[in-house]
Design a protein around this ligand. Sequence first.
Ligand SMILES: Nc1ncnc2c1ncn2[C@@H]1O[C@H](COP(=O)(O)OP(=O)(O)O)[C@@H](O)[C@H]1O
Ligand SMILES: [Mg+2]
Length: 418
Amino acid sequence: MADTLDRHIRGLVGPARTIYEESIKVWGEDRATVLIGRDPAWVATLEKVSRLAVATSPILIVGETGTGKELIARGLFLLSTQYRRAFVSVNCAQYTNEQIMASELFGHRKGSFTGAHSDHAGLFEANEGGLIFLDEIAELSLAAQAMLLRAISEREILPVGATRAKPVNVRIVAATNRDLRALVEQGTFRADLFYRLHQLCVRTPPLRQRGRDWELIAQYHLDRLAKTYHKRKSLAADAVEWLRGYSWPGNVRELTGCIETGFHMSVGDEITLRDIGEALEATVQDDQLRRTASASMPYSSAEYCERISGGEGTFWELIYEPFMARDLNRVQVREVIAHGLALADGSYKRMLRLFGMPDSDYLRFMDFLRHHRLKPPRERVMAARLMDGGSPEAGRRAARAARRGENGQYTQPDREAR
Ligand SMILES: Nc1ncnc2c1ncn2[C@@H]1O[C@H](COP(=O)(O)OP(=O)(O)O)[C@@H](O)[C@H]1O
Ligand SMILES: [Mg+2]
C-alpha cells in the first residue's frame, strides 16, 4: 500500500517536491504538504509561488473556494528561509464582532473595553518572526483593515486602547475567493490595502481548468483511503466518464469529498456514478437553486429587509405568506433571513426587533425556520454581510429600524396566518 502512495510523492514536480520535503522536516510525515498536479496551469502557479517565496512583501492568493489557497500559503512558508518561526492560519470570517477581531489580531490593553481584564497580545505580536495566513481577507472589518495596512506599511501595530505603537515583524499572506476590486468599488474594502496586497498576487486556477489533474488527485485520495481502511477501491468507468465533463464548482475540496463519499457508499471495489451522485447533486442543486432564486425574486433580499424594517408590511405578510403560497422558495427566504441576520450581527432576537416583531413572536418565528429548514448557513450570513450589512448606510438603516421596533411601532402580525 505504501508503495502506491510513494508513487505520488515521486511524481511531485519542481517546487512541489521541495515543499513536500520541507513539510516533513517542519510538521512530520503525518502532516506532509502534498501538492498534486501536472497541468501547465498548475505548474505555472507553483513556479510563481517558488519565485515569490523569497519576497518579504505581503502576498495575496486569489482563487475559487477549494482550489488550494491554504496549501499554497503553506508552500510559500516552506519554500522561504525567512519568517520560519511559525505558520499561523487565521480565518477572518470567524469573528462575529469587530472589537474581538481587532483585539485577536492586534491585541488590546487592559480596560480598553468591557471584558478587557488584562493586557492581551494579538496574533501579530505573539507570532513575531512567523508567517500569518489571513484567510478570507475580504471579511476583515474596515477598522481591522486599517490596522493591517499599518502593520504592513509601517511595520507596527497599535493594540486596541494603546497609545503607543509596537514594532512587529511578520510575513503576511492573505487569501480570498472574492473579487476584491469590486469590494473596493462597493466601499467594503480599503483601496490602499487592496493595492498594497495586490502587488504580489498568485491565482490558483479552478480545477476545471487543470485538465486531467482531477484524476491524479482522485487517485491520490483513493490510495490514502486504501492505506487508512485497508481496502482498495477505484472509480468505475461510468463515473470517470461523467466526472470528465463535470465543472467542480467546489474544486479540490469537492473532489476529495466526492471520492470519500464514493469510497464509503460503494458496495464492491468499484465506485459507480450512483455512489457519488448524491454528493455531487447537493452542490449542483444548491448552486442552481441559488441562481434561479435571485433571478425570479420580485425584490432583492436587501430590499425585502428594508421593506419589512421600514414598516411596509410584516415579516409574516411579506415573507411567510408568499412562502406558504409557494410564491417564494426556500432558498429565497433563506437569503432574506441571511441578510436580516447580517444586519442584526448574527442574533435572531435582534433580527426580530429589526423586523418590527414583538419578542413574543420569537418562538413562532424560530419554529417556522426550523420546520421549513430556513436557517441560512453561516457563510451565507457572512456573504450577505459583505454585500450590504457592512456598509455604513445599512448600519444606520438597521439602527433606525431597531429603534422603531423598540418603541413598539410595529404592525401586529397576522396570527391567523398559521
Ligand atoms: N493540488 C492539490 N493536491 C492535493 N490536495 C489538494 C490540492 N489542492 C487542494 N487540495 C486539498 O483540497 C482541500 C482544499 O484546499 P484548501 O487549500 O483548503 O483550499 P482553499 O483554501 O482554496 O479553499 C484541502 O484538503 C487540500 O489538502
Ligand atoms: Mg481555505
